[in-house]
Design a protein around this ligand. Structure first.
Ligand code: 0O2
Length: 221
């Protein structure tokens, strides 16, 4: 490729990632507003911490090759929906669903897919509530709808997932059976801890102080 072509490719890649960064900022602001308003209205903060990342070029190219996706920006846009990712770690399981409901009910957000690994954990024990949402971003060139993967999980689920993630890569995705069984067992212990903490929380604060959950509604998927 000529130098001019290489520069054009670099610019296109930077712009590609920039759109995801903007999408992430929009969703981060929405989560921060919900947190601050919750604190103000209910004197209660359901969010322990929030982390976000735009997928690194390394991990993006690895996924493109692993999934056999055409290496062009349009195909990547279409098939890889976790270029922008935000992880919301909450205190209790009920908070994960409450925040999910509040975010996805906003009328500039559209929900593309939901994977409820809290209700249906993965075979290895992984739990989290995942949603791919699309958020509008307004650029000088017009509106783009950017997909952002939002993961909601409790501190216990996050603790488990971060250790499992390290083990998974340490063993290059081939975790020995004994270790897999121990991890599954640890996931059950984490779930038990979540249930106990939530019961304790209710005992201390009583149902009255906990903001009511929104009315049930069909998932928009
Ligand atoms: P990283 O390093 O966190 O970015 P796919 O994304 O195609 O592999 P799928 O079905 O499209 O899988 O998405 P899914 O199941 O919603 O999972 C996407 C993300 O959820 C992962 O991103 C992880 O962050 C997390 N996740 C899913 N399953 C597990 C698991 O078993 N253990 C742990 N620790 N995390 C999990 P990445 O890109 O794989 O990794």
């Amino acid at each position: 490729a000529t130098l001019r072509e290489m520069r054009a490719l670099r610019d296109e890649f930077q712009r590609f990632l920039l759109e995801y960064r903007f999408g992430l900022q929009e969703v981060e602001t929405k989560i921060a507003i919900l947190r601050d308003e919750f604190q103000h209205m209910h004197d209660y903060n359901p969010i322990e911490h929030v982390t976000s990342r735009v997928k690194s070029p390394d991990s993006l190219t690895e996924k493109v090759s692993r999934k056999g996706i055409e290496p062009d920006f349009a195909a990547i846009r279409r098939h890889i929906t976790d270029v922008a990712g935000i992880r919301v770690t909450v205190s209790f399981v009920a908070d994960a669903y409450r925040l999910f409901d509040l975010l996805t009910a906003q009328d500039d957000i559209s929900v593309r897919t939901v994977k409820d690994y809290i209700a249906r954990p993965k075979a290895n024990g992984y739990k989290s509530l995942h949603a791919i949402v699309e958020v509008p971003v307004f650029l000088s060139t017009g509106r783009v709808d950017v997909p952002v993967e939002v993961q909601f999980r409790t501190i216990a689920m996050d603790f488990w997932a971060s250790l499992e993630h390290k083990i998974y890569y340490k063993y290059d995705r081939q975790v020995p059976a004994g270790l897999l069984a121990s991890l599954k067992d640890a996931a059950d212990t984490a779930a038990e801890l979540d249930a106990r903490m939530e019961r304790l929380h209710h005992q201390v604060h009583g149902a009255a102080e906990t903001p009511p959950a929104p009315p049930p509604r069909p998932l928009a998927v």
